[in-house]
Design a protein around this ligand. Structure first.
Ligand code: C2O
Ligand code: CU
Ligand code: CU
Length: 439
């Protein structure tokens, strides 16, 4: 609803029970329902407020992943919502159209709360851009524009979620089934020639490499922070935990196609790859095209802004290094009372991120969308060519990012930190997280 020019959403975190395809109903958590949460949607320039009510008997928070907003509204570990309380952050949407998401961020409990079902999509629109070529992308929500939340789960014989990680796993929980929007074995009835899939990896630790089972290509049109400058034809797209990608699939009448996750290239020691999920294949979703399909416009060649046109390495004023190892960043584990980095608004910086152990990591920074300069000295591939807030960290290699925080005039808050962390949620909970303030 819109109240005095503010778009207001209400979310209530509660306990539920859901049929997730296990041998018995599964105790879950959800927002406004039994499992997962509703898709929120707002437009660039709009003022929004979310009334987040905690109807659980445990503390939680709700973080707007990928959102550019003041740190006190960010929903990180400091913005705790106690049982029975309501927290009402408000901010103005000031970034391009994108597929963002929300999830709890309570330090030490993030993995568990997300795994049990607290997560949802937050879609941003940009009306001005939609008047241009990008408006030709499929955009009818639920018809030819479909959000897909990928989460792996394991169940106990009694239907409850299995959340104890295998002692062999260097990551966290790796489930043996993948649910899409909480649905086991899902299919999608396709009624248009093209369908846009907004993929979110909402898993604790699993990395996916998503494409079509028959090997035909899809058009990658968006990444974490919004649309790519131009569509890229790819066979698959790698999604590490926290990542999003938007792909357009072209169907023929009557066609059946299977969206599959292929074994992801994790770059870890091949002997250990399988303990990190590197050998696993999952069929995610069956696309079932109707016998007659409504025509869709061709995918436009010009979509969003190119990060390389906005952020220039020549403007960088300093380099910061982030070394990920064990459960620490630069040798330190998360301390809620310590500020690790102080960043000045408007300054361009190079961030060098290195995984020092032979373990997958997924590096995420709050409040910004950054540009990937190179990975192990190579220019970024299609799935890293656009705006990113989360990036897979190849073990043993340097991933270089170009980062600039742009706090709107008068909104810097030097006493409230943003987080940067590994988005393998078990790693994050165990301390692979740091705090930064923007001044
Ligand atoms: Cu998706 Cu710090 O979070
Ligand atoms: Cu985030
Ligand atoms: Cu990690």
């Amino acid at each position: 609803r819109v109240e005095d020019g503010v778009r207001v959403f209400e979310l209530e975190a509660r306990e539920g029970v859901a049929d997730l395809g296990a041998s018995a109903p599964t105790p879950t958590l959800g927002l406004n329902g039994d499992h997962l949460g509703p898709t929120l949607r707002a437009a660039r320039g709009e003022r929004v407020r979310v009334d987040v009510t905690n109807a659980l008997d445990e503390t939680t928070t709700l973080h707007w992943h990928g959102m550019h907003l003041p740190p006190a509204m960010d929903g990180g570990p400091h913005q705790m919502v106690e049982p029975g309380e309501t927290w009402s952050p408000t901010w103005t949407i000031d970034q391009p159209a994108a597929t963002l998401w929300y999830h709890p961020h309570l330090h030490g409990q993030t993995a568990s709360q997300v795994y049990r079902g607290l997560a949802g999509m937050f879609l941003l629109d940009d009306p001005a851009a939609a008047d241009g070529p990008a408006g030709d992308l499929p955009h009818e929500y639920g018809v030819d524009d479909v959000p897909l939340i990928l989460q792996d789960k394991s169940f106990r014989p009694d239907g409850r979620l299995e959340d104890s990680p295998s002692f062999l796993s260097p990551v966290g929980t790796l489930g043996d089934t993948v649910l899409v929007n909480g649905t086991p074995g899902p299919y999608l009835d396709v009624t248009t020639q093209r369908v846009r899939l907004r993929l979110l990896n909402g898993s604790d630790s699993r990395v996916y490499d998503v494409g079509l089972a028959d090997g035909s290509s899809v058009q990658l049109v968006g990444t974490d922070g919004g649309l790519l400058p131009a569509p890229r034809t790819v066979e698959s797209v790698r999604l590490s935990p926290g990542d999003r990608a938007e792909v357009v699939v072209t169907m023929t009448p009557g066609q059946r196609a299977v969206l599959r996750s292929f074994p992801p290239d994790l770059g870890v020691n091949p002997l250990f790859e399988r303990f990190s999920g590197g050998d696993d294949t999952f069929d995610l979703l069956e696309l079932r095209a109707a016998d007659e399909l409504a025509p869709s416009p061709a995918v436009p060649d010009a979509l969003g802004t190119d990060p390389a046109d906005v952020l220039d390495e020549g403007d960088a004023v300093r380099t910061r290094t982030f070394q990920l190892s064990g459960r620490s960043i630069n040798g330190r584990t998360m301390d809620m009372a310590r500020v690790d980095e102080v960043v000045t608004t408007g300054e361009t910086e190079v961030w060098e991120v290195t995984g020092l152990d032979d373990t997958p990591h997924s590096f995420h920074v709050h409040d910004v969308q950054f540009r990937v300069l190179d990975v192990a000295g190579r220019p970024p591939g299609p799935d890293l060519a656009g705006w990113q807030d989360t990036v897979y960290v190849e073990p043993g290699h340097v991933t270089r990012l170009l980062v600039r925080f742009d706090a709107a005039e008068g909104t810097t808050d030097p006493t409230t930190p943003y987080m940067f962390h590994c988005h393998l949620l078990t790693h994050e909970d165990q301390g692979m997280m740091g705090q930064l303030v923007v001044v």
